[in-house]
Structures are given as C-alpha cells and as structure tokens.
Design a binder for this molecule. Structure first.
Ligand code: EPZ
Length: 424
C-alpha cells in the first residue's frame, strides 16, 4: 500500500501555485452532458476524481479528449446510456452530479445508490426532492441498490424548491436539471459556495438563464437547448486553505499564487486571530507565521460563507501546535472527527463530545503511523507530520490523491522532507 513519509524539516518557505478546484471541475464536467456540442474545460486539475468522472461521462457516450493537459474537450452527441457505472459510482459519490443533466437531456437517470463515506451517511434526499418537484418520478430500488429517475413525456417543469439544508450537491444537481425544464425554477435556501457560481457561469455561457447564483435564492428560466462553451475552472479554495495552514503550522512563510482571497475569507480571518500575518495581493495570498507568538482560536464549520468543513481537519492539526485551548465545532457532517484518533497517536490529546473537539494545544507532536481517514484528514496528517519529532507515515493516501494535484511535489518545493513510497 502506498504511503507518504514526512519528517520535520523546519519552517516551509517559497511559492506554490493553486490548481483548479476539484469541487468545481466535477459538476462542470457533469454539465457538459446537457449539450450535444463540444465543451472545453480549461485548468482542470490532474486528479483521480477527474479521471473517474471522465470515465463516467464516456460510459454515457461522451467523447472526452484529454490529449492536451490544459484543456478537456467533451462532447456528447448521443447519450447511449443513462445508467452510471456501479464501480465508478462506488468510487466517487460526485457521480450523482450527472443525474440532473441526464434527466434534463434524456428524461431518465439510473444511479447505483452512492455509498456514504467516513465523514457521514451523506444521503441524497434533497437531490431527489428537487427532481420530484420538477415533475420527475423517483424510484428508490433498494433491493437492487439503484435509484431510477424518470421524466414524464411532458418533460421537466419548473417549480419552487426549498432545500432543508443548503446542500452543495443538491443545489448543483437541481440547477443543472432546471436549465432545460419548462418555465421558472426557484431554489430556496440554495448553497452559496463559489463552486455554485462557477457552475452557473458555465451554464449561462451555454445559453442557460440563471440569476443570482451565489445567493440563497437562485432563479432559473428553462430554455429549449444548450450549446457548447469554453470555461476555466476556478482555483481550489480548499487547497489554498491547506497551504495557508502549512505555512502556519511550520511557522514558515509561503506565497500562494493564483489563490482568490474572496473564497477563503473565514480561513484568513481565523489565522489572523491566531496572530498569523496575511497579506493579500492581486496574484495571491502571502502567509507569514515566522517569529510570531501564535495564539489559539475556536472554529465552527458552516455552509459557505461560514468556515469550510473541508478545512476543519487541517486547521485542527495546526491548533494542536498553538499555545492555549481551542474548540472545534463541526456542524456540516455528522462524523468528521475521524482524524482526532490519528492526531492523538501523535500526542495531540484531543477530546471529543458529539460534534465538538477540545484541543488542549501547545503540544509537541511525535511521528507515528497514521491513516488518512478522508481526503482532507489525510492532508491534516501530513501537516502534523511536518512538525512532529520523528517520521510520520501516512497510509491510505489514495484519499489524498483524489483531491490534491501534485501534493507531495508541491510540499517538496516548499522545503518539506516528504516522500511517497509505493510499498510496505
Ligand atoms: C460537497 O459535498 C463537497 N464535495 C464536499 O467536499 C464538501 O465537504 C461539501 O460539499 C460541503 O461543503 C463536492 O463538491 C464533490 P452537501 P456534498 O450536500 O455536495 C447533508 C471534499 O473533501 N445532505 O453540501 O455531498 C449531508 O449529509 C468533499 O472535497 C442531506 O442531508 O455536500 C451533509 O451533512 C468532502 N441530504 C450536509 O448536507 C442531501 O440530499 C452537507 O452536504 C444532501 C446533503
């Protein structure tokens, strides 16, 4: 099993360039199913999840030309299947983002029940509530582990849909389906993440009529058909936050190129509360934690624009090294403290009660054999390893490779003593 080995090599220093956002490129690729014409997605990160999504699209009949690494050219002249490949869907639950486009374009989608994962049950009831509101019939065939969504002959019809939780995926799926529905759809209590705006920008370039994406009420006027377009993926705000924390935890200084400060405001605010110096420039974010007396702060994860749940575990790793007790509250996922056990193996002495973790802080961490329990927790373990005494060995790193492009290389370029080993 591949592992990442990390040793403490002092403060990180230098410049790192942020890749395209994983959580944007996946819905953008799904949206290409909405037209027969060619869509060009520029700046897609080279990730396992992107490879899986390309294979899922090919399974529906798409031609995906990835010969030029700077752009993915996708065209689906004919949809030959409306059923997601069970193996691929099992690997990546973001496959469910293809349901909205399939029912809009083809009137049907058959999706193997997406697995939950370590961070929670991750139901898709809000996605299905949206499809039903647009007039589709949804059959949850648990016997065969499939969801079958069928649109009546009359097609999808716009409606007002209230999301009980501002689900990112449900907002994206409903948004895509509504672009080709008859009449007006309003999504209330919609997710406001930057990835929603990025998707709406691509869809509007394709000819959709979407207003006020990025607010909690999105209005979509259905159109007859959509055309091809060219679109560049926004930078990855979660990768940005991860490298901000790499500077903070190692007490180093890093210039994070291509980062959009507006997408990471909570992380900027919280690191400033810890006395980390942060300068915003037109080209990126400069984080300087050298010679600073850092202090603890509390974080509470919330839907955007609140503190992002995907930065919770990397921030917790940082808080273990800062003098003073801090409290981390996770309100988005019900089981996103799996990394606490791993950090405690390194001497963090964190305690948890339901969705609250108490970090005593001021700890000297010791290298240990730890697991990446999810994509972001894997990054957190590497961050902890950068400052631990002795070697830290992170296993199950396939999680990390799903979502961070050139992860080890980028850390190496900042002076980290880190390597990937492909054997036990
Ligand atoms: C997206 O997942 C991201 N993934 C996640 O990033 C991110 O953590 C999450 O949004 C929250 O920001 C992608 O974009 C591919 P949600 P998604 O629907 O859409 C509940 C990473 O590390 N819920 O906003 O699945 C759900 O159980 C990943 O990059 C329902 O109850 O997130 C959860 O508690 C991890 N019913 C909460 O909402 C539904 O129908 C947030 O889920 C849908 C969601």
């Amino acid at each position: 099993m591949a592992k990442i080995l990390v040793n403490n090599n002092g403060p990180l220093h230098g410049e790192v360039t942020i890749s395209g956002a994983k959580n944007s490129v996946l819905p953008l690729l799904a949206a290409t199913l909405l037209t027969k014409e060619t869509c060009v997605i520029e700046g897609a990160p080279d990730l396992v999840d992107v490879k899986v999504m390309k294979d899922i699209l090919r399974g529906y009949g798409a031609t995906v030309d990835d010969s030029n690494k700077d752009e993915l050219r996708v065209s689906t002249e004919e949809i030959i299947s409306v059923e997601g490949n069970p193996e691929l869907v099992g690997i990546m639950r973001a496959s469910i983002f293809t349901m909205g486009p399939l029912i809009a374009r083809k009137g049907k989608a058959i999706m193997p029940l997406p697995g939950g994962c370590t961070i929670g049950k991750r139901p898709i009831d809000l996605h299905l509530k949206g499809f039903r509101a647009l007039g589709a019939e949804v059959e949850e065939d648990y016997e065969n582990g499939k969801i079958i969504v069928t649109v009546p002959e009359t097609g999808l019809k716009g409606d007002v849909i209230y999301l009980d939780f501002p689900s990112v995926g449900a907002t994206e799926n409903i948004l895509m389906a509504a672009t080709l529905a008859k009449g007006t759809t309003i999504i209330e209590n919609a997710a406001k993440e930057p990835e929603i705006i990025d998707l709406a920008n691509l869809l509007n370039k394709m000819g959709a009529k979407i207003k006020s994406a990025g607010t909690d009420m999105i209005r979509i006027e259905g159109v007859e058909k959509l055309s091809g377009s060219v679109h560049e993926v926004i930078p990855d705000r979660i990768e940005t936050g991860t490298f901000m924390l790499a500077a903070a935890i190692t007490r180093g200084d890093i210039f994070i190129k291509n980062a959009l400060p507006g997408h990471v405001r909570p992380v900027i605010a919280k690191l400033k509360e810890c006395n980390v110096n942060i300068d915003l420039t037109p080209d990126g974010i400069y984080v300087d934690a050298r010679n600073k007396n850092l202090i603890a702060t509390d974080i509470k994860t919330l839907p955007y624009p609140g503190f992002p749940t995907d930065i919770q575990s990397p921030f917790m790793a940082f808080l273990t090294t800062v003098e003073g007790e801090s409290v981390v509250r996770e309100t988005v996922f019900e089981n996103r403290f799996m990394h606490v056990v791993e950090l405690n193996r390194m001497g963090a002495e964190i305690s948890t009660e339901n969705r609250e973790a108490i970090i005593p802080g001021g700890k000297k961490l010791y290298g240990a054999k730890v697991r990446a329990t999810d994509l972001r927790a894997g990054a957190a373990m590497v961050l902890a390893g950068l400052v631990a005494t002795g070697t830290t060995e992170v296993s199950e790193i396939y999680h990390i490779e799903r979502g961070y492009e050139n992860f080890v290389e980028k850390f190496k370029s900042l002076g980290a003593d880190i390597m990937k080993v492909d054997h036990d």
